[in-house]
Ligand binder design. Sequence first.
Ligand code: NI
Ligand code: MN
Length: 225
Amino acid sequence: MIITYFGHSCFLVELGGNRLLFDPFISGNALAASVNTEAIRADYILASHGHADHVGDLEAIARRSDAVVVGAYELATYYGSKQLKYHPMNTGGYWNFGTWWVKCVPAVHSSSLPDGTYAGNPMGFVAGNNTECFYYSGDTALTLDMKLIAEEFTLVTAFLCLGDNFTMGIHDAVKAAQFVGCSHVTGMHFDTFDYIKTDHRKAHEAFGAAGITLKLPTIGESWEA
Ligand code: NI
Ligand code: MN
């Protein structure tokens, strides 16, 4: 799969022929000023929860791309009511879209949309196809439930929030990587705001000490995983 980082927690994952976009928040992110949001196209947009720093550009990109919005029932139907394509899910649910699949896994966080609408459960996702899969944590605390992911899946990479204050910090993200059984971590939800400024050297040291490879991607960067 080919991954592109658009800042904060926003990644485009090209899996087979599918373009999966996670938590689009780009134009509101000062650090991502170099990204041309209008050029981004997706087949599916997966939203972990409704907070503005995860859905800021969702509606515009979904409309331009004719993408299907995938997320919690309340979040997905909210965008459905704006005449966007949607697929409602909920925690624990699995769906096979034909050429790729997703399972919604627990996230310990909160979830409301920027206009105050209740957005249902916050979630993480395990997504994949016949040959590979990955975990996207969304915004979450460390939770023992992550061990269930290791029991069911062999992950190519785990996208883990690690900026602390609102989510797991570095120390808990290392444990999360161990819980989900993945030694290749892609960090997210760091540096965007003062609250989540992250010491990259400390992060690399902490993951390195646990024998885990950490990638703290540069905004705009693409790579193969
Ligand atoms: Ni959040
Ligand atoms: Mn967030």
